[in-house]
Design a protein around this ligand. Structure first.
Ligand code: MG
Length: 310
């Protein structure tokens, strides 16, 4: 199989933890319902490919997200998976459902902007944070780790560019309420590397260290890997990605959305940065999933490798 030549570059971490979001963030944007057994096989295959954190599903009300309405059916099918398996929970009811199934790690989903908080959560930014506070407290009391997703950290489709101070302020509040980690989401993919550095610098100045941060870039404008490299050079070592680039924009077929895990691993392999991921096994998994979904993976690396030996 074709692999990049390993040539390390200075100023980068030796190891990166990939937070795989394909089964949750990826599949939730897929219209064709994927059976729980296929999701379970997907998650098993991702773990076998070496991914150590795999976001499994969401405990949002089944009415709002039919694709992930089978969380109760799925969790017992993956209880033998050797990986961290966080789940998204929108509220206390979702948390109770997750905890009842033995979930040890959850994520909540906040917004840096009023427009997206209104569109996605039907709340103000403050109202959403107030809703999450008891969820985070209860999860921590139950011994669960909590990740705070923050959407629209760089730009917002209604409001345009998002002031860095605004993203920093909401990040700070998520950490203050007890989140262990914040995932900075470039939900519409408009960030560029200088913007990433500036946001991370300002977060550091506000007392938020890089080891509490993850980055979640979308490749809408082809910037996801450049932004990831900027974040790694800054000192961030947790990167969100989606196997095969699953989770394109729900409004456009095969549009580029989430950074593809294979594209990320190709770059990290070339830089000699350890991830534990076997790119061949991962690509084979994404090709298999693309067949289930009936459309090719938007990942350049999956396409290039699958046209060769795989
Ligand atoms: Mg995403």
């Amino acid at each position: 199989m074709t692999l990049p030549m390993t040539v390390p570059a200075p100023g980068l971490p030796t190891r990166v933890r990939i937070h795989e979001v394909g089964p949750r963030d990826g599949l939730q944007n897929e219209k064709a319902l994927v059976p729980a057994a296929v999701k379970a096989e997907f998650i098993h295959r991702l773990a076998e490919a070496g991914l150590t954190t795999i976001e499994a599903t969401s405990f949002v009300h089944p009415k709002w997200l039919p694709q992930l309405a089978d969380a109760e059916e799925l969790m017992p099918l993956i209880d033998d998976v050797d990986a961290r398996l966080p789940v998204l929970v929108p509220n206390e009811r979702g948390l109770d459902r997750a905890l009842a199934l033995g979930v040890r790690e959850i994520a909540v989903f906040a917004s840096a902007t009023e427009s997206f908080a209104k569109a996605n959560l039907n709340r103000t930014v403050d109202g959403a944070l107030e809703m999450f506070e008891p969820v985070v407290t209860k999860a921590k009391d139950a011994g669960a780790a909590v990740r705070g997703y923050l959407s629209m950290c760089f730009g917002d489709p209604w409001e345009g560019p998002v002031p860095i101070s605004q993203t920093v302020s909401v990040s700070r509040r998520l950490l203050d309420m007890g989140c262990d980690e914040i995932s900075l989401g470039d939900t519409i993919g408009v960030a560029t590397p200088g913007h990433v550095r500036e946001l991370l610098d300002t977060l550091n100045e506000a007392g938020v260290a890089d080891d509490r941060l993850a980055v979640h870039f979308h490749d809408t404008y082809g910037q996801a890997l450049a932004n990831t490299l900027a974040a790694l050079e800054h000192g961030v070592t947790t990167v969100d990605a989606s196997a095969g680039g699953l989770g394109g924009c729900p409004y456009a077929k095969s549009a580029t959305g989430n950074l593809a895990t294979e594209d990320l691993v190709w770059m990290l392999d070339g830089l000699g940065i350890e991830t534990g991921v076997d790119i061949g096994r991962l690509t084979a998994t994404s090709v298999w999933m693309a067949r289930h979904l009936g459309r090719p993976s938007p990942s350049r690396t999956v396409r290039a490798l699958s046209q060769k030996e795989i």
